[in-house]
Design a binder for this molecule. Sequence first.
Ligand SMILES: Nc1ncnc2c1ncn2[C@@H]1O[C@H](COP(=O)(O)OP(=O)(O)OP(=O)(O)O)[C@@H](O)[C@H]1O
Ligand SMILES: CC(C)(CO)[C@@H](O)C(=O)[O-]
Ligand code: BAL
Length: 304
Amino acid sequence: MGALHEGHATLVRAAREIAGDRGEVVVTVFVNPLQFGAGEDLDRYPRTLDADLKIAELAGADVVFAPSADEVYPGGEPQVRVSAGPMGERLEGSSRPGHFDGMLTVVAKLLHLTRPDVALYGQKDAQQLALIRRMVRDLNFGVEIVGVPTVREEDGLALSSRNRYLSAEERRTALALSGALFAGRDRHAAQEALRARAREVPATRARAEALSAIGESRAAADAHAVAKAVPGGPAGVRAAARLVLDEAARTKPPLLLDYLALVDPSDFTEVGDDFTGEAVLAVAARVGTTRLIDNIPLTFGAAS
Ligand SMILES: Nc1ncnc2c1ncn2[C@@H]1O[C@H](COP(=O)(O)OP(=O)(O)OP(=O)(O)O)[C@@H](O)[C@H]1O
Ligand SMILES: CC(C)(CO)[C@@H](O)C(=O)[O-]
Ligand code: BAL
């Protein structure tokens, strides 16, 4: 949507890499009215086309396509739109009704107008990326979709054009979004390590007790006990992340949580306690008048 930053530049560099010297890299810059709800930030959304052109060129773009709303929607609001379906009503879709229909409609139009072989989107907008993949598959768009990992500030904050709305104090509070995700990720890593250690010792108590006479095996037996005692898997991850968000809700200025969810990226439904495979820990929150989102991928191993 423009107001380009290093996250966008990373997408452009990745596109340049894929396109090679003989390919062409096209960047689209369009603040799409259709994906903003009433009372959202359409009017104040930063528009910085001159700076965007420089960033895009430096990152390796050949063309910047920055149409006006009249060019994209010459007859006013389109009557026919893409429907994002059930996945589009969850999480972001629940907080921003109609957002994903508007987003997919303009993505379809931009893909038709620019006709790329490959299109790149950031994993920072994980549900958006999943829905674009789904649209391309379900409606047979002949384009390959590539997801690019989230680019962060050194302190963890995910780069976003909306970060420029934040005061210094609000930015400090906003760090709780990535902080919560990292706490969830750390809990997850600790759980997985404990489970791996627990798998090294026999499950029966008698044998674990016998083995615990030996130092190394004792550590493994302890790991087995702890792995059984702490809330494991998805519940533990959610709990660890929530602690950080609860604390941020008590600071000044406060963080107002919209959602924290651990979901299956194929449909954005919450994962159950026995879930294995790729999941996404996602968060959305408001700080002052700014609404931010962030997420990280987590892989849950097979149950021991
Ligand atoms: N930090 C980031 N790392 C990687 N990709 C990103 C990042 N921020 C945005 N993108 C990607 O850049 C593309 C354009 O996104 P958009 O213009 O909405 O940027 P944004 O900075 O996320 O804006 P906003 O915060 O207003 O949603 C999207 O595919 C988005 O996922
Ligand atoms: C996908 C997109 C270009 C649709 O306007 C926008 O949501 C964005 O830039 O993330
Ligand atoms: N970056 C996703 C587009 C939006 O927030 O409207």
